[in-house]
Design a binder for this molecule. Structure first.
Ligand code: SF4
Length: 325
């Protein structure tokens, strides 16, 4: 008997898989990449969790499908920020079901705990998700199973319901107990959660879609740097530290020119390729304002195929009006 686990890398989904594996069920852990996960690379962590409980890990990239079907016109709307949680979950279950059929697996599991998160994990929202993805009865949530109606796997006796959990709410006490029992190590997931739930990230997204069509290649640009919208509509992204500068430097997206200061240390920046001359001048002044420069002097900046000479603003306060965040 084989099941597909919707695997986030977190403790709940790891424990859910372990509860199944202990009952002799083979588990394929599927991590669905929407593109908006934490900026930290969590692959190593996910692999370690799977290895510790004995599940196979597979990363499924749905970025393009996600932008097309879910993110910009969610049937059930957004949560507090840019997070279309109900539609997003329905998509994830639909993708998992597709994999289940392809793999000849018999049911799905997830680490969801009833009542843990107000928006996405309450009972009505979950039921809606299951109906919409045609997964009703197929999805077993081992962590809260005893609080839920029996699923196909339990009814058919593939899984012993008595050995499952009945956890509800936000307390992590039972999860910690289980982790200790099985000797799970390093289970705290590194990095933040989904960027779509972040208020500042949402501001950048709302700004972006006012000016441009959002594509998969734009996701990475949204993850790093200080974002500014210039007078004629160009987008400027300026690295805030060494790590962000490195990330921005490695971005290949022909909507943007790379900009670097010449002769003075400065941040790495990206500017819309179609920026007007006025926005190029403004971008240059802004970038120089983030360097150790003086408004009395002129400095050079190298764009992809030309150079600009400019001077910084007198103060960073002059830049505030352009800041998205
Ligand atoms: S928090 Fe993010 S990944 Fe999770 S359901 Fe909501 S939108 Fe999807």
């Amino acid at each position: 008997m084989k099941a597909i686990a919707l695997f986030s890398g977190g403790l709940d989904s790891t424990l859910a898989m372990k509860l199944m594996i202990d009952q002799g069920i083979e588990i394929l852990a599927v991590n669905i990449n929407t593109g908006f996960g934490s900026t930290k690379d969590r692959l190593e962590h996910m692999q370690s969790m799977c290895d510790q409980v004995g599940a196979e890990l597979r990363i499924i990239d749905i970025q393009s499908e996600y932008l097309q079907d879910v993110l910009f016109d969610p049937k059930h709307g957004y949560g507090k920020n840019f997070n279309p949680c109900i539609d997003c979950h329905a998509k994830m279950f639909a993708v998992a079901k597709r994999i289940m059929e392809g793999e000849g697996a018999s049911f799905l599991i997830s680490g969801e705990v009833m009542g843990q998160r107000p928006m996405s994990q309450n009972k009505d929202a979950l039921q809606l998700v299951l109906n919409e993805s045609n997964c009703d009865g197929l999805l077993l949530r081992p962590m809260s199973a005893k609080m839920l109606a029996p699923t196909i796997a339990e009814i058919n006796g593939w899984v012993d319901r008595e050995k499952l959990e009945g956890i509800t709410g936000r307390s992590r006490e039972r999860q910690m107990e289980l982790a200790k029992e099985i000797g799970l190590e390093d289970f705290e997931s590194p990095g933040g959660g989904c960027l779509l739930t972040d208020e500042n990230f949402a501001k950048k997204m709302f700004d972006f879609i006012k000016h441009d069509k959002f594509e998969v290649r734009d996701i990475l640009v949204m993850k790093y740097g200080r974002h500014l919208r210039l007078t004629d509509g160009a987008k400027l992204v300026v690295g805030r530290n060494k790590e962000e500068n490195e990330h921005l430097q490695n971005i290949e997206n022909d909507k943007y020119s790379h900009v670097k200061t010449v002769g003075v240390p400065g941040p790495h920046a990206l500017l819309s390729k179609n920026a007007t001359d006025a926005d190029k001048e403004l971008a240059s002044k802004i970038i120089l304002t983030y360097c150790k420069t003086s408004p009395q002097n002129s400095y050079s900046l190298a764009y992809d195929d030309f150079e600009v000479t400019s001077s910084p603003f007198a103060s960073r306060e002059d830049i505030q009006a352009f800041a998205i965040l």
